[in-house]
Design a protein around this ligand. Structure first.
Ligand SMILES: [Zn+2]
Ligand SMILES: [Zn+2]
Length: 211
């Protein structure tokens, strides 16, 4: 499994493009919003002849969904996300305005609701869905057991955890979920967060001051 990382939009969000030897691919958290960002992701997909099978969202904060409409229109895949954050799509434009971010982007409705009983399949690979509310009610992590890879969204970062001062955030819920759902994964699991550098479950178990 190959993971390509793009850093997009004014808040430096990690957009991941994940594919295997079949060249079937998933996009996780399409944050692209500028012309040059569209060109970057389109160019990579075209050059590598990838076939986009899923558009996944770890959660629906504005920085993780800015590119959803563009990707949906271009590749014919609709966002797959937990229902818990759905209201954030309709409020995308007003959220941007209230943050003083001058971008004109339309929200893209969810096409498939994900819960923990679902699996996301592409090529010869699959993701298990972990529901980890705390940073937001609908926060998900995507786990590939075979390769030991976790996409943690804004739930777990290198050396820290997600902020919970936003509406619907709850710190105790976040920590409990990280402990009960993420910290039982093997130490070698590589964690790809929504912002910043990768880490491993083992490293966070040892040195994350919140855990
Ligand atoms: Zn977030
Ligand atoms: Zn974020």
């Amino acid at each position: 499994m190959t993971v390509k990382t793009f850093i997009f939009n004014p808040v430096q969000e990690n957009t991941y493009l994940v594919f295997d030897e079949t060249l079937e691919a998933v996009i996780i958290d399409a944050g692209c919003v500028f012309e040059n960002e569209y060109r970057q992701i389109d160019g990579f997909i075209e050059y590598n002849k990838l076939k986009i099978k899923h558009l996944l969202n770890t959660h629906l904060h504005f920085d993780h969904i800015l590119g959803n409409k563009y990707i949906a229109d271009k590749y014919g895949v609709l966002p797959e996300a937990h229902a818990g954050d759905e209201l954030m799509i309709a409020s995308l434009e007003s959220t941007l305005r209230s943050l003083g971010i001058n971008l004109s982007v339309q929200g893209q409705p969810i096409g498939r609701y994900l819960t923990e009983t679902d699996t996301v399949k592409f090529g010869n690979a699959q993701f298990k869905i972990l529901h980890v509310p705390g940073h937001s009610q609908g926060s998900l992590c995507f786990y590939n057991e075979k390769d030991g890879i976790l996409f943690s969204g804004d739930t777990l970062f290198r050396g820290t955890v997600g902020r919970t001062d936003l509406p619907a955030g709850d710190h105790n819920t976040l920590i409990t979920n990280i402990q009960q759902k993420l910290m039982l994964l093997p130490d070698r699991t590589v964690v790809y967060p929504g912002h910043g550098a990768t880490t491993t479950i083992g490293e966070e178990r040892k040195s994350n001051p919140y855990l």
